[in-house]
Design a protein around this ligand. Sequence first.
Ligand code: ZN
Ligand code: ZN
Length: 791
Amino acid sequence: MRPAELLHRLRQRTSGAHPDGGATSPVTHVERVPARAGRPAPWPSWTPATLRDALAERGITAPWEHQAAAAELAHAGTHVVLATGTASGKSLAYQLPALTALLDDQRATVLYLSPTKALAADQLRAITRLGLDGVRPATYDGDTPREEREWIRQHSRFVLTNPDMLHHALLPGHARWGVFLRRLTYVVIDECHTYRGVFGSHVAHVLRRLRRAAAQYGSRPTFVLASATSGDPADTASRLTGLPVEAVTEDASPRGAVTFALWEPPLLPPDPGAVSVPWGGEDVDVELPPVRRSALREAADLLTDAVVAGTRTLAFVRSRRGAEVVAAMARRALDEAEPGLGARVAAYRGGYLREDRRAIERALLSGELLALASTNALELGVDLVGLDAVLICGYPGTRASLWQQAGRAGRSGGEALAVLVARDDPLDTYLVHHPEALFGRPVEATVLDPTNPYVLGPQLCCAASEAALTPDDLELFGGRPAQEAVAALTDAGTLRRRPSGWYWTHRGRPDVDLRGTGGAPIAVVESATGRLLGMVDPASAHLQLHTGAVHLHQGVSYVVDELDLDDAVALVHAAEPDFSTHARDVTTLSVAEVRAYVDAGPVGLFLGDVDVTSQVVSYQRRRIGTGEVIDTRPLDLPVRELRTVAVWFTISPQELAAAGVATADVPGALHAAEHAAIGLLPLMATCDRWDIGGLSTANHADTEAPTVFVYDGHPGGAGFAERAYGTAAAWLRATRAAIASCGCESGCPSCVQSPKCGNGNNPLAKDAAVALLDAVLGALPDPADPGILPN
Ligand SMILES: [Zn+2]
Ligand SMILES: [Zn+2]
C-alpha cells in the first residue's frame, strides 16, 4: 500500500473514533521528503591504491561528495566537522585521511574517540575488515586486559577509546604514551554532539589537555569531528576543541522518499467539576486537567490499522512499559478484528537478550511478524531497515534521534510513511504545528560552556598534575577565566607557583569525574536484591527520588523506600502503583552579577550569574488517569544552594496592563510563560527540561519588576541559559506559538503545565501568558536571532 493511501486509511479510521465526530483532523501536516539520488565524487587524488582497493572490496566504489569534501579539508590540515544525517556515511570521511596518513607514513598514529564502547567496537570491526598492513587498530578502554595495554601503547597506530579513558588513563600516563603522542596525526571525535552540557564542558578541557600533551611531544594533530545535523556545528566543534573548525553540512548520500505526517491526538471532552484538596494548610480547588487522548493509545490504534492493511510497521515508544502497552493494546484489537492476527505484533525493548532481539528482527524482516513496538532505535540491529511505516510516539528529544527513527522506514526504490504522534508536552505541540522546525534548517545547537568555573578549576588541577601549567597554557584553557581560576587555586594552596609554572601540590591525582555535576551522584539500588539500577545526579534526586516517590528508570516503575543523602543512596522496589508523585519545592533566587543585557524600554532581557536556593518540602500523590489528588505528604530534605547562570526577562506592570493582563493574572501569566519557555528551550539547545529550572514572580527584589528566570540546573552553568539569551526572540516566539496553538481551554500539559512544577501547576493563566509574550516580543529587538522560526 502506498504511503498516501495508508495515511488516508489511518486518518479515516481514527478521526471516525474521535469524540468530536472527526470535525478536526489529527493530521496537522504532511511533508513529502523526496527521494534523493546520491552524488558521488572521485576519490581524492592522494588516496593510496591499497586503501581504494580495500574499500572497493567492501563495496565502496566512490565517496559521496560530502565525504570527499570533509576528507580533503582534513588532509590539508584544516580541522573539520562533518554534520550530516544518520546513515550518511560519516565514517568514510575520517577513515580516508586517517588511514591514508597511516599508510603513507609508517610512524603516524591516529586517536579515535567515541562516546560509547559499542560504537568503538563497531569502528574497530570496520577498520580491521579492511585488512590494511601495519595499521594494527585496537580499542583501549576499561575492558582492555592489562597485558594487552602495553602492546597497544607500543604498537597500535589506530587507537579507539573514549573521553573518560583519555581523562583517567592516557593523559595521566602520558609518559608511557610518548611515542604514540609524538606521531599523533589525526584525532577523530565521533558523535561529537553527545558532548553537551557539563559533560561536554569537561570533555572540551580533556581535549585541550590532549592538545597540550601532544604539543609537548612535538605533534599538532588535525581534528576531524562527526556530528548529527544541528545548528552551528562549526561553533560547537570549535568550543569543544578550542580550535577553528570548518563545517561540511551538505549531505550527498542517497535516500528513499518518505511521507512524513505530524499527528496531534485530540482533546478529550472535559471532566466536569473541580475537586477540593488540602494544600499548604488550606483547601484549594483543583481543576482536573484537560487531557488529550494519550499518544500511546493513539499509536496502538495506528499500529492496529497498519497491520490490518498488511504494512510492515515499527512503532517507537519512549519507555519500556509504553512499548509493552502499545503492543498489548494492538494485539487485543487485532485479535478482535481477526482471531490470530494479534500474534503478528510483538514488543521489543532493551531488557531482552540480544539473541531474542535478533530473532524478533528476523521475524519482522521475513514477514512472520508485521509490527513491533520498540523502545530505542539504537538498540535495533543495523540491518533492520526498509520498513513500510514508522510510528514515532512522542518527539524523541532531538532531531538527530527523530531522523534516526524515521530512517528505519523506506525500502530501496519504494516509498515509506513516518508518523510523529505528539505527546502532551509543549515542545511536541509546537512541533506538530510548526513543521518548518523539523523539516527546515536545524536550530537546536549542542551547547557546552568550558568557562564554567566548576569545570575549569578541577580540569586545571588535572592539567597541572600532568605537567606544570605555563602562562601560555592558560591561553589554551580559556584566557582570563583560566587565569582567575589558577589564581584562586594557588591562593587555596592547591597549586603552587614556581618560576617554571604552576604545580599540583598533592600526592595523588585530582579526583575529577567528567560526568559529575556537583556532589556525589545518588545510587539507585533495589532494596531486595542490592542491585544497582543506576546513578542520578544529586540535583534531581530531591525532586525525583525522595522517599515515597514513584521513579521511572529505563521505563520500569519503582517506588522509593528511602532516600539516604548521607550515604548517597536511594533504596527502591519495583512497583506499579495507580498513582504518580509530584514533589513541591520552595525556591528563591538572587542575582549575583549581570553579564549582558538588552534594554528594550518596558522590557529587559538579561544574562547573568544567580544564586538559587531550593528545598523540596512535600509531595502530592495523584491518581493516574484522573489526576485526582490522593494526599499531600511532608518531606524533610535539606536546602540546596546552586550558583549558576540564568537568562531572565522583565516587563513593567504598566506594559502588562496595556497588554490587557489583569493584575490578578500577572503571576499566572508569568508562571505559564516560564513553564512553556522551559519546555521549548530544547528547540534551541540540546537539553531536556530536567537540565533547566525556572522561577517567576510578579515582583522580584533584584529586578523590581515582574520577572521570569530560566536557569541552568548545573553548578556554574552548562551553556543552556547562554544559548537561550542569544536566541531569545526566536525562543520566546516559539514559546508563544506553542501556547497559542494548543486547543485546550485554559492550559494543559501540552502547553503551560509542567510535570516538574514545584508549585502544583498553580497559578497558571494561559491567555494572559500569550498576551505577556506578545508584549515582550513586541518590545524586544531581533538582532542576534537565527531568524528561522516564523510565526
Ligand atoms: Zn493546552
Ligand atoms: Zn511551576
